[in-house]
Design a protein around this ligand. Structure first.
Ligand code: FES
Length: 86
């Protein structure tokens, strides 16, 4: 996992089984930093109250979080990772 800031957005890059995902880095429940969370096959687990977010859709799989994370398109070219941020 790798977190970075860009243009007031806090982004989390994750590598799950060789696929790179980009989502918001801040939990939609109580603003925990997901880069301190746990990455599993189910997604990223929030370190504060343990909601698990799907990396593809950003949807929480369990409470207490109810709102999804924003997700961003990722492109890899010549070993460089590009994230499409609106
Ligand atoms: S801050 Fe993430 S589930 Fe509460």
């Amino acid at each position: 996992m790798f977190g970075f800031d860009y243009d007031n957005k806090k982004i989390l890059l994750t590598n799950l089984n060789g696929k790179i995902y980009a989502t918001d880095r801040i939990c939609t429940h109580a603003e925990a930093d997901l880069s301190n969370g746990i990455l599993t096959e189910e997604g990223i687990t929030c370190p504060l109250h343990l909601s698990v977010f799907n990396l593809e859709t950003g949807m929480p799989q369990n409470g207490p979080a109810e709102k999804p994370l924003s997700t961003y398109n990722v492109k890899i070219e010549q070993n460089e990772i590009y994230v499409e941020v609106d």
